[in-house]
Every structure is written in structure tokens, then in C-alpha cells.
Design a protein around this ligand. Structure first.
Ligand SMILES: [Zn+2]
Length: 217
């Protein structure tokens, strides 16, 4: 079969060394077809001798109205994302999304950005958990609008262990937000472990509520 990705459509910069290049095409494969549009992947090797890296480029090829080949973008490799249990994914959809985007940032060596976004994930988890447990509309409104997590933790969490660990999580993250960090002995891994404890607590609480409804017959 004739090649779809022709030489004049080859990428002219390398996503690793960012030099102007004339890459060598190793292969091309069709990914999918949708409403007259086909998506192709081209695999190239950089011809800069100091680089020599192999990379993939996406192409979109449409039949109608004109025959076009376009180089779309270089593919970004995503790490394997964290899979949360079904109930957590359902109730805390935003938390799961922000958590995994923070994880992608972390895996791409954007540690400082990951710090901030894991903190945002924690806020969504906590607030959605507190809202999920409440019927009272006034209380829900306060949880949504109040920006002090420590205040909300103290007012709305009854379980002492969860209260203690959530509070630590809030002030450790707060500390890392500032120019001068006081808690230098805790790193991002520690904070993620603490966040894991909170996730497990919430999972346990959801399961307890589900199964404690069973009545003896
Ligand atoms: Zn290169």
C-alpha cells in the first residue's frame, strides 16, 4: 500500500533536541477512521547525530472535501494513572481527575506544579466528602464558600483520627505554599501517603454506611 505520510509532511523539528531536522521515517500505522477522517501515526528517528531519538507524530487525513495530510502534534506519553475504587470515582470525580493530572505533572518532573495541584485535589476530596455527608443546605453552602480547610475539618469531621490526619495534611500543604518552608523533613511522597490515608478513611466510611444498613432477619 502507498504511504500516506509523504516526505514533505515529515516533522521538521525534533521534540527532544528541538533542532531543525530531516528525520527518517521508520513506520506509519493507521489508528482509526471516523466520518471520513483517518488518523495515522508516523514513527521517526531524529537525524541529529547527537540526539538520535525516536518519536511519534500524529496525522489526520481526510477524504472530503479535499485530500489533506496534516501533522497534528507530537504524542505526550502519559504514565499509568491511579485507579480509584468505583464509588470514589463516582462521588469524587473532580478529585480523581485533579489527582491524576497532578500525577502526570509529577511524572514529567514538574514537581512544583504537582505540589500545588495535589493540594487542590485534597481540597476537592475533603469538601465533596463533607457535602456528601450533609443534608442541611446552609451547612453545604458554608462548606462550599469557606476557604479555611482547618475550620471546616474541625467543625464538620467527627472521627478524631480522620480529623487529626486531615488537619495535618491541610497545614503541611499550607506550609509548602509559602516562600519559607518550615516542615522541610516531609516531602511530596509523605503528603501523598497522608492523602492515601484520608482516601482509605473515606472508602471505609462509605462502605460502613452501605453495609451497616443490613438488618438481622
Ligand atoms: Zn533530536
Amino acid at each position: 500500500m502507498e504511504d500516506i505520510i509523504k516526505e514533505n509532511n515529515y516533522p521538521n523539528t525534533c521534540p527532544y533536541c528541538w533542532e531543525k531536522i530531516n528525520p527518517k521515517k521508520l513506520a506509519e500505522t493507521k489508528l482509526n477512521e471516523w466520518w471520513g477522517k483517518e488518523t495515522f501515526e508516523g514513527i521517526f528517528t531524529c537525524n541529529n547525530k547527537k540526539c538520535n531519538r525516536t518519536f511519534t507524530t500524529l496525522y489526520e487525513h481526510s477524504f472530503f472535501p479535499t485530500y489533506t495530510i496534516e501533522r497534528n502534534s507530537n504524542i505526550i506519553y502519559h504514565p499509568k494513572l491511579k485507579i480509584f475504587n468505583e464509588e470514589i470515582e463516582k462521588i469524587f470525580e473532580k478529585f480523581c481527575k485533579i489527582y491524576n493530572q497532578s500525577f502526570i505533572a509529577e511524572e514529567n518532573q514538574l514537581e512544583e506544579i504537582a505540589w500545588i495541584w495535589y493540594r487542590k485535589a485534597f481540597e476537592f476530596l475533603l469538601k465533596d466528602y463533607l457535602i456528601h455527608n450533609r443534608e442541611n443546605e446552609e451547612e453545604k453552602a458554608e462548606i462550599i464558600s469557606n476557604t479555611s480547610l482547618t475550620y471546616l475539618i474541625n467543625k464538620y469531621i467527627n472521627n478524631n483520627k480522620l480529623k487529626e490526619i486531615a488537619e495535618k495534611c491541610a497545614w503541611l500543604w499550607n506550609d509548602h505554599w509559602h516562600y519559607l518552608v518550615k516542615h522541610t523533613e516531609q516531602d511530596l511522597e509523605d503528603l501523598k501517603n497522608i492523602l492515601d490515608i484520608i482516601i482509605h478513611f473515606i472508602e471505609m466510611d462509605l462502605w460502613f454506611k452501605k453495609y451497616s444498613k443490613i438488618q438481622k432477619k
